[in-house]
Design a protein around this ligand. Structure first.
Ligand code: S3P
Length: 173
């Protein structure tokens, strides 16, 4: 079984994915890390050297590769993964896969991402918190159409990682 975590950048997919995999004794896989290992380059370098379209093609290719497994796995996707190509269709159609949308408010995303924006190519150029908030508001609005199609949704605001993992576990088992 695959438990796939989707959600906007900064929604805690990696942190929660790690915690959840430990709790459930599942393997853990982060799609961005997997892409970096396979491509032998950081995500930022891939964007810089080849552009976003190239990254999206690789992302889609590796997503398909990792979903074809018979292991029990928690998988954290990139924030854009379900919004490109036929990725969401493939996630939803896969019988062994349950998807969970980690929904985080605009305010929390802005606070978290403002501090960590340098390593995220889509927002690294944004200078002020107000501009970042504006960008996320519009972007999240567009992406919510995809995120909201996940099998389950968990609201992460003001919750500790452990509490979120507990909520996910009781939702699924
Ligand atoms: C992206 C999110 C990033 C990474 C890439 C593009 C996006 O992953 O895949 O920078 O389009 O939202 P995180 O959500 O883990 O930051």
């Amino acid at each position: 079984m695959n438990i796939v975590l989707i959600g906007y950048m900064g929604s805690g997919k990696s942190l929660i994915g790690n915690g959840l995999s430990e709790k459930l004794k599942f393997d853990y896989l982060d799609l961005d890390d997997y892409i970096e290992i396979q491509e032998k380059k950081s995500i930022s370098k891939i964007f810089e050297e080849h552009g976003e379209i190239y990254f999206r093609k690789k992302e889609s290719f590796y997503l398909k590769e990792i979903l074809e497994t018979d292991k029990n796995r928690v998988i954290s996707l990139g924030g854009g993964t379900p919004c490109f190509a036929n990725n969401l269709e493939i996630i939803l159609a896969n019988k062994n896969t349950t998807s969970i949308y980690l929904q985080t408010s605009l305010g929390e995303l802005t606070e978290r991402l403002y501090k960590e924006r340098e390593k995220r190519p889509l927002i690294a150029h944004i200078e002020t918190k107000i501009d970042l908030n504006d960008f996320i508001r519009k972007h999240l609005f567009e992406r919510s159409f995809y995120y909201n199609q996940a099998d389950n949704k968990i609201i992460t605001d003001k919750k500790e990682m452990k509490e979120i993992c507990k909520e996910i576990t009781s939702l699924l088992f």
